[in-house]
Design a protein around this ligand. Structure first.
Ligand code: SAH
Length: 377
């Protein structure tokens, strides 16, 4: 057995296959990795000594070589509408945000993929803090691990989180390796067992990385379009200057296999008053997307301090939606959730201080992280 490494290996974000290889390097049987993955992700256990169906020798070895360490909760706030927001403190002192959005039939966790973001979309508050670093797979999977430990489990379900969307801070496709490892665990039946339709990668349109993603998985795809022509999109989503709309849409078709093998792509479109919300924009959008099997997700702009944009009136939003619906597009207007705790899209700024100072009702969460030996989640 090798000497203790300087900083212990965190096993939280390690996909089962990689864990098995690591075990084999340690001279252990690879299949033990399955047991470990179940302990960590299904039972939420981080203490190797509690993993009773693993041999004592292996447990001791693990304790000497490795750790299972999620990020720390710096702040946890519940909204009146059931939304919960966490500010998580990473080992290096950086902070990220994660939001849980409950609905009748599902519980969606909105996860961050980077500390800050480099893409500089003009209407997004994360852009304002610039780019700091990529999250590790531990830090991405740690968000779902923590949410499942903290949230009460609704009746008839085994876990609170049923869906994951990469719509928190950061551009997931700019953090490719960690993204793919985290997705692996989300889909693994021994870990979270989510179906591919319940994991959504949202991207501003990094075309080469999108093609690579299509080679390794077919999780659901959301694309932040936000404008129906290059002139406007160049200004709102600057990465468009590198990968213009035509190239992006071709990549979407490749990813979804034209709506065949993979499922349909969702186009996100933030509505900014007077900028991209006029009937002419809706008509351009209809022409642009006519041939692509897709859904359109309209997001009325969520304002944040210092932003020059304004949310359109509800009438303008309905009119825009109406034109798309008339043209036959499945169109959804995203409801703003967690308004009272600044948990809406584009408002996750990674500040530990509570900027609003508004009181928020805490929902009933587990007071401590329960360990349930023997319980299969
Ligand atoms: N980098 C990824 C994830 C971003 S967050 C992406 O670009 O898709 C998820 C969605 O929220 C994106 O569509 C993003 O453009 C949108 N968004 C960002 N800021 C917003 C704001 N202030 N109001 C409404 N939507 C916003």
């Amino acid at each position: 057995m090798s000497a203790t490494p300087a900083s212990p290996l965190n096993l939280l974000g390690m996909p089962r296959q990689r864990l098995a290889e690591q075990f084999e390097q340690w001279g252990e049987r690879g299949f033990r990795a399955t047991q470990l993955v179940r302990w960590i992700h299904q039972r939420g256990v981080t203490d190797f000594s509690a993993m009773t169906d693993i041999s004592k020798a292996l447990r001791q070895h693990l304790a000497a070589q490795a750790i299972v360490r999620p990020p720390e909760i710096a702040l946890e706030r519940g909204s009146d509408d059931g939304t919960v927001k966490w500010v998580l403190r990473l080992a290096d002192g950086n902070a990220i945000e994660t939001v849980f959005i409950p609905e009748d039939d599902r519980g969606t966790l909105c996860v961050s993929s980077q500390v800050g973001c480099a893409l500089d979309c003009t209407f997004c508050s994360t852009a304002q803090q610039g780019f700091n670093r990529n999250l590790t797979a531990d830090e991405i999977i740690g968000q779902i691990w923590l949410a499942n430990r903290r949230l009460p489990v609704p009746e008839g379900r085994s876990r609170a989180v049923t869906n994951v969307v990469f719509m928190g801070m950061g551009e997931p496709l700019a953090n490719f390796e960690a993204l793919v490892e985290a997705i692996d665990l989300m889909l693994d039946d021994n870990a979270y067992g989510l179906s591919k339709r319940r994991v959504t990668v949202s991207t501003s349109g990094l075309v080469p990385a999108l093609d690579r993603l299509g080679e390794v998985t077919d999780v659901a795809l959301a694309v932040s379009l936000h404008a129906p022509n290059d002139e406007l999109r160049d200004r709102l989503v600057p990465i468009n200057r590198k990968y213009p709309i035509r190239e992006l849409l071709q990549a979407c078709r490749r990813y979804t296999r034209d709506g065949g093998h993979h499922h349909r792509v969702t186009f996100e479109y933030v509505l900014l008053a007077g900028i991209n919300d006029q009937p002419e924009h809706a008509r351009q959008l209809i022409d642009l997307l006519r041939e692509i099997p897709c859904k359109v997700n309209l997001i009325p702009f969520n304002p944040f301090p210092g932003s020059p944009f304004v949310r359109p009136s509800m009438n303008a939003v309905r009119a825009f939606e109406g034109l798309l619906a008339e043209a036959g597009f499945v169109t959804i207007v995203r409801r703003t959730r967690g308004d009272d705790i600044d948990a809406a899209c584009g408002q996750l700024v990674g500040q530990v201080v509570d900027r609003s100072n508004r009181p928020a009702r805490m929902i009933r969460l587990h007071a401590e992280l329960p360990v349930q030996p023997g319980a299969s989640a």
